[in-house]
Every structure is written in C-alpha cells, then in structure tokens.
Design a protein around this ligand. Structure first.
Ligand code: AMP
Ligand code: ZN
Length: 115
C-alpha cells in the first residue's frame, strides 16, 4: 500500500511536512516544494504506484485523480485563464520522485513545447 522509503508516502503519512491543499479518501494534493509557476500543486494517489508506466490496473484511479484536479482548479478559479497538468514518467520524462504524481501548473503563461 505505502512504501516506508518513499518521500511521497511519507507525506501521506504526515511523517514529513507538506502544505496540503486537498485530500480525500483516494488522493492528496500538496504544494510543490520548488514551484515553477505561481500555482504548482502535486496530486498523488494515497497508494504507492511508481509511475504511469506501472499503473496498469488503475485506470479508474488515474481518471479520478485527473478529474479531481480539474474540480480543484475550478474551485481555485484557475479555469478562466487555464492551467496545465503534467505527468513525468521515467528518465526521458524527467521523473525524479518514483511515486506517481501529476503537476497542476497555473498562474502564468506556460510555453510549449517543454525544454
Ligand atoms: P518529477 O520531476 O515529475 O518527479 O517531480 C517531482 C516534484 O516533487 C518536483 O517538482 C519537486 O520539486 C517536488 N518535490 C520533491 N520533494 C518534495 C517535497 N518534500 N514536498 C513537495 N514537493 C516535493
Ligand atoms: Zn510512495
């Protein structure tokens, strides 16, 4: 369920601090410690899944997290100017924490394509 050596599992268990902005029975949203936009929130499932590549049986959970993020964005008033949701998977994707997470970025114009 949770991995005692995983940074984000420790945030779920309140073993390390985070600024939690959303929580329900399935997922947690907290502020990124190194924000790259005025709004930078990470959403994670409350179970240890390494990456999107490993999330083979979890399509309902992944869909739930993404739609929950959209509802959160709506409540926070981000819909008007828009936002971006990003998932980094593996080495080429730039993943650095191996507990699946989705970045919610907003508050400034975001360039495309990414670097
Ligand atoms: P990624 O590169 O997609 O794996 O993203 C990992 C993200 O986790 C980065 O944006 C980090 O700034 C963020 N991060 C790392 N440690 C923490 C922490 N203790 N609390 C909040 N965010 C963190
Ligand atoms: Zn974990």
């Amino acid at each position: 369920m949770l991995d005692p050596n995983c940074l984000f599992c420790k945030i779920i268990e309140r073993k390390i601090p985070a600024t939690i902005v959303y929580e329900d029975e399935l997922c947690l949203g907290f502020k990124d410690i190194n924000p790259v936009a005025p709004v930078h929130v990470l959403f994670i499932p409350k179970r240890h899944i390494v990456s999107l590549a490993e999330a083979k049986e979890e399509k309902d959970l992944i869909g739930y997290i993404l739609t929950t993020m959209a509802r959160y964005a709506e409540i926070e008033g981000l819909e008007k100017d828009g936002y971006r949701i990003v998932n980094n998977t593996g080495k080429y994707g730039g993943q650095t924490v191996f507990h699946i997470h989705f970045h919610l970025l907003s508050g400034r114009f975001l360039l495309w394509p990414p670097g």
